[in-house]
Design a protein around this ligand. Sequence first.
Ligand code: PGA
Length: 223
Amino acid sequence: MKKLFIIGNWKSNKTSQEARAWAEGFSHVFKKQEDKEVIVCPSFSVLPTFHYFVLSAKMQIVIGAQDVSPYDEGSYTGEVNAKQIKETAVYVLIGHSERRKYFSETNDMVNKKIKNAVDGGLIPIVCVSEVGQVQKDWSVFQEKLLIAYEPLFAIGSGNADTPENANAIAKQIKEIVRVPILYGGSVTEKNVASFTKMGDIDGVLVGKASLDPHTFASLIINA
Ligand code: PGA
């Protein structure tokens, strides 16, 4: 059976208090499944609290950040570097379309972030909305990088891509870089299996449906 990555991206949602309530709710309903790696990505401000809850409740989830500085430590006001993130997280989302859209993140910036993340011991989950954004050079990071295909029309719209099209795109991406490929965009507990059963899709990146612990737990069971 293939290993599935189920990633919850909380985006700019949840205070530390709310994250604590989520962790309590989730730990009551979630049972670890060997073939599924569950990754949750809270905001930077919430990472230490969430990390503490995950450890103390021995929750079988792995933590990711939602962004990383393109620079090492130093005089970069407001940035959080890979070394700082590594204290609490294993994975990091890079190049999400919301960062490209609202914060003018370019492919060049994405590449700097990937390099800094890998050098700092983090595993990047690089988000792309089309095959053209995938770079052959990323092959050097094999085993240390995941790619999430997230078509723009599907993000937060309730209008997911078809599993067949998402699988075809995942296959094309694998021909460029042989790494696990996830699908993201309006994944729900109802449609998740239609994506995860496809041969070239290795998991899902979930926004809205990860915010409620019971919904996210059901989504993981159904995947
Ligand atoms: P959504 O977000 O599941 O709410 O569509 C997915 C994402 O942006 O990663």
